[in-house]
Design a protein around this ligand. Structure first.
Ligand code: PMP
Length: 415
């Protein structure tokens, strides 16, 4: 942060913390990394924390009495408390470590869903969900005879809230919605959706994969029953994620995987007594180093100050949107008024994959494809889009370089 005229992110200083941002690709071109919605890059502090664990106190957690096991256990559980504070959960027992958002959602489906839902119950899912907030529910619906109803999306990429309200029936038990759409950037009104769900005595699961690195999340203010996110979209490592669950729900949920760590006692004669949450849901040796590094990533992003971070990413989004609109034959998909720094676009008459490959030749990493959101793509009559997504370390100069490159690519493919 610089304290000159106004509080702003010191983006250049921040960039220096990311070794990979200094990379050159394709014959000496500076890397412009605009694929942050897929995975964010990792700052040195987080990498150092990860290495430090292996160099100084690599040990299995919880059961060991020796010094290293104690240090590893403390660091692991300290991470849980940092996560609790980060999402403002009331109780540290509401934080479960998973492999990522996908596993967190599968946990809810397999544990809460399987034990609580019965044939004929209904689940509301928005059309803009990532496949990981669709497929686990389809699998469960098939198994249990549930009905899935779809919350529609309008042309701008916003959820139709009147339709949402009208979808509730006495059988509606759960709403599944992304806080922020990975494919369009739409920020959904999740706290209002939670209020409406609760009025109908339904629960709400919020997929926060695209939200936590870009805005302050407060699960109590949102009144979410479940909230899921991944470390690798939060300047942290892959292989680790979080499920927040309201304690009263977790307490009543059965385990979904059995093994070590999740038990109180095991008897071959009398069966097994399970541990309390969160350990009930963390069978086996977890990703210890990654959990500890996630703690560092959360402190890193929190230190940026979310107000400044949001402000900066919105500037990048606005500048990119304005400039991209000047390119003939290019269409932005998803123009909700409340958007995170994600721009999906298509070029008339060109395959998104070709655009992505050509832009990559300029050193710019964007993503192309269906973004694991095929139902949303079909809503727009598309198979794929190109997507540029920004993070704290991106700059206006990078945006200009990208738009100039895109202009050249579009001219090239259309000639
Ligand atoms: N939900 C959303 C909105 C996402 O963007 C992603 C990752 N693209 C996921 C879920 C899945 O996350 P992960 O692969 O880390 O489990």
């Amino acid at each position: 942060m610089s304290m000159t005229d106004e509080l702003t992110l010191d983006v250049q200083a921040l960039r220096a913390e990311f070794p990979v941002l200094g990379r050159k690709v394709h014959g000496g071109k500076a890397l412009v990394y605009f694929d942050n919605a897929a995975t964010t890059q990792t700052p040195k502090a987080v990498l150092d924390t990860w290495v430090d664990y292996f160099e100084r106190y690599n040990a299995n957690i919880h059961r060991g009495l020796h010094r290293l096991a104690d240090e590893a256990t403390q660091a692991y559980e300290h991470s849980r408390d940092t996560v609790r504070e980060f999402v403002n959960a009331e109780d540290v027992r509401e934080i479960i470590f998973t492999r990522g958002t996908t596993e967190a959602i599968n946990l809810v489906a397999q544990s809460w869903g399987r034990s609580q839902l019965v044939e004929g119950d209904e689940i509301l899912i928005s059309r803009l969900e990532h496949h990981s907030n669709i497929v686990p529910w389809q699998m469960l619906a098939q198994e249990k005879g549930l009905t899935i109803r779809i919350i529609p999306v309008d042309e701008r990429g916003e959820l139709d809230m009147a339709a949402y309200r009208a979808l509730f029936t006495p059988r509606t038990r759960l709403v599944c919605v992304a806080h922020v759409s990975n494919a369009l950037g739409t920020v959904n009104p999740v706290s209002e959706m939670a209020r409406i769900a609760h009025e109908h005595d339904a629960r709400i699961l919020v997929d926060g994969a695209q939200a936590v690195a870009h805005t302050r999340v407060d699960v109590q203010a949102l009144d979410a029953d479940f909230y899921a996110f991944s470390g690798h979209k939060l300047y942290g490592p892959t292989g680790v994620g979080v499920l927040y669950g309201r304690f009263s729900l977790l307490e009543a949920m059965p385990p979904w995987q059995g093994g070590g760590e999740m038990i109180k006692t095991v008897s071959l004669e009398e069966g097994t007594r399970f541990a309390e949450p969160p350990h009930r849901f963390e069978a086996g040796t977890p990703a210890i180093a990654e959990v500890i590094a996630l703690e560092r990533a959360i402190r890193w992003v929190t230190n940026l100050h979310f107000e400044l971070l949001e402000d900066w990413e919105q500037r990048l989004l606005k500048h990119a949107t304005e400039r991209m609109k000047g390119i003939d034959g290019m269409r932005i998909i998803g123009e909700a008024p409340h958007k995170a720094a994600v721009i999906s676009f298509v070029v008339d008459g060109a395959h998104s994959q070709d655009i992505g490959l050509l832009v990559d030749q300029f050193g710019v990493a964007i993503r192309t494809g269906h973004h694991c959101a095929q139902p949303l793509m079909h809503h727009y009559g598309l198979d794929a889009t190109c997507r540029a997504s920004f993070a704290a370390y991106n700059t206006l100069e990078e945006v200009d370089y990208f738009v100039d490159a895109l202009q050249r690519v579009v001219t090239m493919v259309r000639d």
